[in-house]
Design a protein around this ligand. Structure first.
Ligand SMILES: [Zn+2]
Length: 421
């Protein structure tokens, strides 16, 4: 039995100071708290984070995939390590808590363990994963994807809208692209972690609505992305009679409503969103001939997700045909639905019960680094409430007392998992 775990008490002032200091490192020319992957502020924030990790008592080893890895040595260096962490990059115009709470919270856990002379059996790894948010290359979770062996040479050839290769962005950031790929086989084959737990803000309204301070994640939603191309016929907008038109944008508008309806009909947590419509030729006096539409569906129920994809494609085609418009639909899986490990979920929830903390099981509609690390070991996540459910915006906010509660639960959960066979 590990010693003195009941003494782990997060210090809110320290957490607040860390949050405030990190929030100052941001792009001054962008809205909100902007620190996108590979940017100058991100580079600066990681130098800050490295010093912070060292000051907390961690041995810091940046890996070749760009992750900052801090190690708190355990009694048995041969044992599989416990891993926690999250990310410190933001979306453009983002907030001060998404991802950040998981990394800074882990540092507070480390300080608490050291101050209370609690040495774990296993090494504890605190990771600030490289670039979790989706970027101009259409790829999220760069660092955790690499550790899980899910980043490929083809991914490094992806280009952003300026035509820059992802591999070249890595190189500009000081990372050798071939080393990044080499990192992909490291963890998957060599030293698999024992357990992974990530503390994160909920980014949705459920916990606040139910007035509970902690959510224990049941599963992380799978994401299916759709690219539909509607092909009608461009005609003179002043002369072609309404009945004779083959208007691609009208067909796409029907599709937007169909996407929405599929999301509304989802039985458990399911959502569907159209995010982009590009109409050609886009002239005010021409009936739209071609429209490209980008949409996605998410759910923690893989059965519903795959059935909804089929229904959606069918309905979009039928409605387009009625407009005299052809449609070509391509799907790509961003990530599959990833249930949390039942054993880790049970450890988190029973630890919360023992601490007298109210909690609710919640699904995660957002994706996280945990999706990828779950390929390597049993995974669990702890959520703290987001005010008004707002996230990925400057108004993103989580109360300090909720964050402190989440950190205490993370600390005690890690102590419990340290002893798990
Ligand atoms: Zn995040």
């Amino acid at each position: 039995m590990p010693s003195k775990p009941d003494k782990l008490t997060a210090v809110p002032e320290r957490i607040e100071a860390d949050l405030t200091e990190l929030s100052r490192i941001r792009d001054p020319d962008s809205n909100g708290w902007t620190r996108t992957v590979f940017s100058e502020p991100y580079q600066a924030s990681r130098a800050w984070m490295r010093t912070r990790m060292t000051n907390a008592g961690l041995d810091v080893h940046p890996d070749s995939a760009g992750n900052l890895v801090g190690v708190l040595p355990g009694r048995n260096p041969a044992a599989r390590p416990l891993v926690t962490g999250s990310h410190t990059d933001t979306v453009r115009g983002g907030g001060r808590f998404d991802g950040i709470v998981g990394v800074l919270g882990a540092l507070e856990v480390v300080r608490q363990l050291i101050e209370n002379d609690i040495q774990l059996e296993r090494d504890l790894l605190v990771i600030d994963f490289l670039g979790e948010e989706s970027n101009g290359f259409g790829l999220s979770c760069l660092g955790s994807r690499a550790l899980a062996g899910e980043l490929s040479a083809a991914d490094l050839d992806r280009k952003d809208h300026r035509g820059t290769r992802l591999g070249d962005r890595y190189a500009d950031f000081g990372l050798d692209p071939s080393d990044v790929l080499a990192a992909c086989s490291g963890w998957a084959t060599a030293r698999r972690p024992h357990r992974y737990v990530e503390l994160h803000i909920e980014q949705g309204p459920l916990l606040e609505e139910r007035n509970v301070p902690i959510g224990v994640v049941t599963a992380i939603a799978g994401i299916e992305r759709m690219l539909a191309t509607f092909t009608g016929r461009p005609d003179h907008a002043g002369t072609m009679p309404m009945a004779d038109r083959r208007d691609a944008l009208v067909a796409a508008a029907e599709a937007v409503l169909t996407v929405r309806q599929q999301g509304c009909d989802a039985p458990v947590h399911g959502v569907a969103t159209t995010s982009r419509l590009v109409s050609e030729p886009g002239s005010p006096n021409v009936v739209p001939g071609v429209v490209r539409m980008q949409a996605e569906m998410r759910s923690v129920d893989p059965g519903w997700l795959s059935a909804a994809q089929l229904r959606l494609a069918e309905e979009i085609k039928l409605k387009a045909e009625a407009c005299g418009v052809g449609v070509d639909i391509e799907w790509s899986t961003d990530n599959e639905c990833r249930p949390a490990s039942p054993a880790v979920h049970e450890t988190i929830s029973s630890t919360a019960d023992a601490m007298g903390i109210a909690w609710e099981p919640v699904p995660s509609g957002a994706t996280h680094d945990a999706v990828h690390i779950a390929r390597l070991c049993p995974m669990g996540m702890i959520f703290v409430p987001s005010r008004g459910g707002r996230s990925h915006c400057p108004e993103e906010w989580s109360d300090l007392n909720h964050i402190a509660t989440g950190i205490q639960l993370l600390g005690r959960t890690l102590v419990e998992l340290d002893g798990a066979p």
